[in-house]
Design a protein around this ligand. Structure first.
Ligand code: HEC
Ligand code: HEC
Length: 193
């Protein structure tokens, strides 16, 4: 009997958690109206300068919004937008975009570059942090299917330390990458889905 009661409470708790998530997603959908002009209707952006957010890990989205707001990551567009967001907004937006389905990119990756990019990724142990298939987890971003232009810009920004909100892992790794490596990696990453 005791066991059944405990099980019942656990189930009740689980359904509370699921309901809370559904509410966050619903609230996030409304708040996302401020984002879709650049990031696309469901977080699948049309242009390579705007990262796709659909299917990104919610914990990573939340932390990036917080970093923009608190000045650890800088971009004129995002710094302005994040300054208007409170913690709950960031959590709702992260839940919403994270729950959206990523649409396969129409970018035509070059087969030679895909091969060279995969080899470079093996050599640099990208999967050690970004996981196999570059799906990421928690605060480590999903890279799979991301716009190649955006990937290249971020790798360049890490290398020049214009972006430095990564506790050092990406800024030191990027020092070992040439522009050609970055391009190869971006083609390979965009081909993953
Ligand atoms: C005017 C265009 C614009 C709007 C509107 C906009 N963004 Fe962005 N967003 C960008 C650009 C450009 C970047 C890449 C900036 C950089 O290089 O740091 C970006 C980056 C991001 C990132 C980092 C993604 C990553 O992979 O690291 C997140 C998260 C994000 N935006 C969330 C939002 C949310 C949530 C909203 C709405 C509240 C929003 N953005 C509205 C232009 C925009
Ligand atoms: C030691 C762990 C580690 C390794 C190895 C690693 N990364 Fe990362 N990477 C991270 C973390 C953590 C972040 C998020 C940093 C932040 O919070 O801003 C990140 C962010 C990125 C971003 C920015 C994504 C976005 O949406 O803005 C790109 C691109 C990236 N990594 C590419 C790579 C590639 C390519 C490799 C292999 C050549 C690699 N990383 C290896 C930990 C790692």
């Amino acid at each position: 009997m005791k066991f059944r009661n405990a099980l019942f409470s656990l189930l009740a708790l689980a359904s509370l958690v699921i309901n809370a998530q559904a509410q966050d997603i619903e609230a996030g959908k409304k708040k996302a109206e401020a984002c879709v002009a650049c990031h696309g209707a469901t977080g699948n952006s049309a242009a390579g300068m705007f990262p796709t957010l659909a299917g990104q890990n919610p914990r990573y989205i939340y932390l990036q919004l917080k970093d923009y707001k608190e000045g650890r990551r800088q971009n004129p567009m995002m710094t302005a937008i994040a300054s208007t967001l409170e913690k709950a907004d960031m959590q709702d937006l992260a839940a919403y975009f994270g729950s959206q389905k990523q649409v396969r990119s129409t970018f035509q990756a070059d087969p030679q570059r895909i091969k060279a990019g995969a080899a470079k990724a093996d050599e640099s142990l990208c999967a050690m942090c970004h996981m196999g298939g570059m799906t990421g987890q928690n605060e480590i971003p999903r890279l799979a299917g991301q716009h190649p232009d955006y990937i290249i810009t971020q790798l360049k920004n890490f290398k020049s330390r214009t972006r430095h909100n990564d506790a050092g892992n990406m800024t030191s790794l990027a020092q070992t990458l040439s522009e050609n490596d970055m391009e190869n990696l971006a083609h390979w990453i965009s081909s993953l889905y």
